[in-house]
Write a protein that binds this ligand. Structure first.
Ligand SMILES: *Cc1c(COP(=O)(O)O)cnc(C)c1O
Length: 407
């Protein structure tokens, strides 16, 4: 990647997404589930830039959305309504109403209370709401607690018994039609056993429901496939597919997949540059860069590890191989504003050297904010050997446009 050329042209910080890598990731999942009815519903929340969503839309993807805003993004780039799923623990009435009016594939119910709202709104509109139930299989996905969702102690989904009650009520309601089952046990999964176990439990539920004459068509396994941040051993997509498919024998269901991170994390770079270096209390070394937690929150929020690479020199000096330990931090006045701690980085760096934060394409820009009145960075894409802008750097005007008229 031509990080330096892009920095000269667009300034720093910026995000860069390698669309060729994104396509490869999509194809790997497609390939793994070949020969089985399946729908890859891209989890838009991982990277919701319209050009990114369009890239997957053009490859045939559907969309897993967690707000009406995401549903509109999906529709905007041509994802057909029958490939759109609406998930999330707290959907507002207006969102439910709009989703029903649009006529999306199904709404994932996360509680009995939500079933009640959806039923009421469907009745008001005179429609039948296609629903699926998010079941919490109570399985430890062995991932970071903040991105673990499949245990009863997490806020997501309902237990199997409550799910059954929702299905039975829905089947008997003129305004609800149960069409699917959904589970999503966590993110950045690197262990196959919890996935197989969850799939097994949910497949058993589907079989029980069949006996009750509730015939589900969609088996939605959520997202969560892990990616390489440091030295993780990843689940090969083929093994992932086999683990799920092996639990589905005798069931005629379409497998719905909701990958987010797996499609967009790798091949995504956050590029920032060195402002200053300083040493506190003698030997603690800090490198201050022009990107900050408002641009890329994951290290601050999850203490997430991202590989960090320095591009030093720019031909201006002899490049030394020597390294020493340092914290790479941003300018925001929060101690949590860091990208890496105790990293071995070149001892000789100077103002303007580039710092590449790897695996930053998922949950990167989408979690950014304007904290400290910092304009958000531009997003760039690399495709077919060329670079292009897919979102401009925000200007001061865009920052104040919703406030200005009130002063
Ligand atoms: C966040 C989320 C996903 C995507 O998770 P990844 O780990 O990015 O693959 C999929 N489905 C649901 C319901 C989610 O909440």
């Amino acid at each position: 990647m031509e990080f330096r050329e892009l920095a000269d042209k667009y300034n720093t910080p910026y995000y860069l997404y390698d669309f060729e890598k994104y396509k490869k990731q999509f194809e790997k999942i497609q390939e793994a589930f070949r020969g089985r009815k399946s729908l890859i519903a891209y989890a838009i929340k991982s990277n919701s830039n319209l050009s990114v969503v369009k890239l997957f839309a053009d490859m045939g993807a559907g969309a897993d959305c967690v707000s009406i805003g995401e549903i509109h993004r999906a529709l905007k780039v041509g994802i057909p309504k029958y490939k759109i799923i609406f998930s999330g623990v707290g959907k507002r009435d207006e969102e439910i109403r709009e989703a029903l009016e649009i006529g999306i594939l199904f709404i994932n119910l996360e509680s009995k209370a939500e079933m009640g709202r959806v039923e009421k709104i469907a009745k008001e509109l005179g429609v039948v709401a296609r629903i699926s139930v998010r079941v919490n299989p109570n399985i430890d996905p062995q991932t970071h607690p903040y991105i673990s969702t499949g245990l009863h102690e997490n806020k997501f989904g309902v237990d199997i018994e409550s799910a059954k009650e929702i299905y039975i009520h829905s089947k008997n309601s003129p305004h609800l039609e149960p069409v699917g089952v959904h589970f999503h046990i966590g993110s950045q999964l690197t262990q196959l056993d919890p996935i197989r176990e969850a799939s097994e439990k949910i497949a058993t539920l589907v079989k029980h429901l069949k006996v009750l004459d509730i015939d589900l068509k969609f088996f939605d396994v959520g997202g969560g496939l892990g990616v390489q941040y440091s030295d993780e051993v990843l689940i090969p997509p083929y093994n992932y597919a086999q683990a799920i498919l092996s639990t589905l024998s005798g069931l005629d269901v379409t497998v719905v997949l909701e990958p987010g991170r797996y499609l967009t994390a790798e091949g995504g770079y956050f590029v920032t540059s060195v402002l200053y270096e300083k040493q506190n209390s003698g030997d603690k070394r800090f490198v201050i860069v022009d990107g900050a937690m408002n641009d890329l929150l994951r290290p601050s929020l999850y203490n997430a590890f991202h590989r960090i690479e320095f591009i030093v020199g720019e031909g201006k000096k002899e490049i030394s191989e020597k390294v020493s330990k340092a914290d790479i931090v941003g300018p925001v006045c929060e101690s949590g504003d860091f990208f890496g701690k105790d990293r071995y980085i070149p001892t000789e760096i100077e103002h303007g050297d580039l710092v590449i934060v790897h695996t930053a394409g998922a949950y990167g820009f989408v979690m950014s904010s304007n904290y400290n009145s910092r304009s958000r960075p531009p997003e760039l894409a690399f495709e077919n050997g060329e670079y292009r802008t897919i979102r401009e750097r925000e200007s001061f005007e865009t920052l104040i446009e919703l406030e200005e008229k009130f002063i």
